[in-house]
Design a protein around this ligand. Structure first.
Ligand SMILES: *Cc1c(COP(=O)(O)O)cnc(C)c1O
Length: 463
């Protein structure tokens, strides 16, 4: 059989409300053209993020009923601890309320001002938490990882030579740890090969620097290794994951991604001293070490979700359905970051709308247009998110790229939903020349994309 079906049937449904174009036009105006300010009930297909938006399974809901809400030493914690240790092999497991809390605690323990932390590409919360300690976050992804058209099979790989250079120039005392993010979220959800993790671990060992994995999408990364790397075609995703973790000294994890849970995360480490200091901080900011800011039932949902994320049938469906969206729009000419990543498709808005210059916000224009066309919500990753205002002149400075990310929640949408997204993108593609730009009329000093207000240029009704 060629058709890859959703490997589940649906027991509980959440209706989505159909909207008319006029309604959407009205909602856009009321939200000042910022899709973050739309109400979720006015969105038909919500591709804003894959974080915490997954559908839980019947087994996860059953596990929620087993949740043990004892303050200390709950059965839920021991089930969670056993699962995470089995998959990662690490000795000390600290639950946290989500991934960034694990990052915050780890960097607070190991980093100090003047340090430098290498990574293939830091995710934004990771970078912010490294920088909050006074350390510098350095991105060392391979050159192909910065080329939207490159079809390198492991575009998330770290540039091992650049890492060596950094370590020999700065000296090991300045590098408290090395990170590697699988898959590389900020680089388009691109995977890292086992050979690359092995090589990075080898360099780290030579310099006696601990290696930590930012493991949010470890299961999706394991599937790409199985599909693309010599020698892994017959190895189970769980064994591949265990091998990935075996090269590292610890990991941070957001269970809102490959934990298929709506909240949660953890820090795992083999270093007893780091674990002890991290537990002290955990108690201060998250909670007692056997619940770490989560309810017992959350720990149980994560424990089941981590295991389900490694199911080969699930992973084949997951990676195939993301690729399906990417291939069906790119073969009609829509420019996307190639090859399709694990959790999202990134449309290159600068190429999609070449008549709109970066400071007229082509990514924003495309995100607005997808909502106007069909009620689809994606997110701009361009000048709105990464541009800034020159502190001296007040002039706007464009971001490094103009993308619109369509992130796919896990197990939430069916193929007909994805077909609908394909149709909408292609409708917008065909009338792209009539689409106009935007300007920012109001913005916050930091993280402006969440709350900024926009206006169409020339007051033109776009599209
Ligand atoms: C989501 C994410 C994080 C942060 O996790 P939260 O649960 O959102 O705090 C860190 N790193 C990567 C790569 C992520 O995708």
């Amino acid at each position: 059989m060629k058709t890859i079906i959703e490997p589940f049937k649906i027991k509980s449904v959440e209706p989505i409300r159909m909207t008319t174009r006029e309604e959407r036009e009205e909602r856009l105006r009321a939200a000042d053209y910022n899709v973050f300010l739309l109400k979720a009930e006015d969105v038909l297909i919500d591709l804003l993020t894959d974080s915490g938006t997954s559908a839980m399974s019947s087994e996860q809901w059953a596990a929620i009923m087993r949740g043990d809400e004892a303050y200390a030493g709950s059965r839920s914690f021991y089930r969670f601890d056993e699962t995470v240790r089995r998959i990662t092999g690490f000795d000390h497991i600290l639950p946290t309320h989500q991934g960034r809390a694990a990052e915050h605690i780890l960097f607070d323990v190991v980093c100090k001002p003047g340090d430098v932390v290498p990574n293939n590409t830091h995710f934004d919360t990771t970078r912010a938490n490294v920088e909050a300690t006074g350390a510098e976050a350095v991105d060392l992804v391979i050159p192909e990882g910065r080329e939207p058209r490159s079809t390198h099979p492991f575009k998330g790989n770290m540039d091992v030579e650049a890492l060596e250079r950094l370590l020999s120039e700065r000296g090991r005392e300045k590098v408290p740890l090395c990170l590697i993010t699988i898959t590389n979220n900020s680089g388009g959800g691109q995977p890292v090969s086992m050979a690359n993790v092995r090589a990075v671990a080898g360099v780290c060992r030579r310099y006696d620097i601990p290696l930590y994995i930012d493991a949010c999408r470890f299961a999706e990364n394991a599937w790409f290794i199985r599909e693309r790397e010599e020698g892994y075609a017959d190895v189970s995703p769980e064994e591949i994951a265990r091998e990935l973790f075996s090269h590292a000294d610890g990991c941070t994890m957001s269970a809102k991604k490959d934990g298929i849970a709506n909240i949660g995360g953890f820090l795992a480490t083999d270093d007893a001293r780091v674990a002890q200091e991290a537990r002290n901080r955990l108690i201060l900011t998250e909670g007692f070490p056997t619940y770490g800011g989560l309810a017992g039932r959350d720990l149980d949902a994560i424990s089941v979700g981590l295991q389900e994320a490694l199911d080969p049938d699930y992973l084949e469906y997951r990676i195939t359905s993301t690729r399906y969206l990417g291939e069906h729009i790119s073969r009609e000419g829509v420019p996307i970051v190639q090859p399709p990543g694990g959790h999202a498709i990134y449309i290159d808005a600068a190429e999609f709308l070449p008549h709109i210059e970066p400071l007229q916000l082509p990514g924003q224009a495309l995100a607005v247009e997808l909502y106007r066309e069909a009620g689809i919500r994606g997110v701009e990753i361009g000048t709105v998110m990464f541009g800034r205002r020159d502190p001296d002149t007040g002039d706007e400075i464009a971001g490094p790229m103009e993308l619109v990310r369509l992130a796919i929640p896990r197990r939430v949408y069916t193929q007909s939903h994805i077909d609908y997204v394909v149709e909408a993108v292609l409708n917008v593609w065909r009338r792209r020349e009539g689409i106009g730009g935007f300007r920012i009329v109001e913005q916050a000093p930091v993280l402006r994309h969440f709350t900024a207000r926009f206006a169409p240029l020339n007051g033109a009704a776009v599209g």
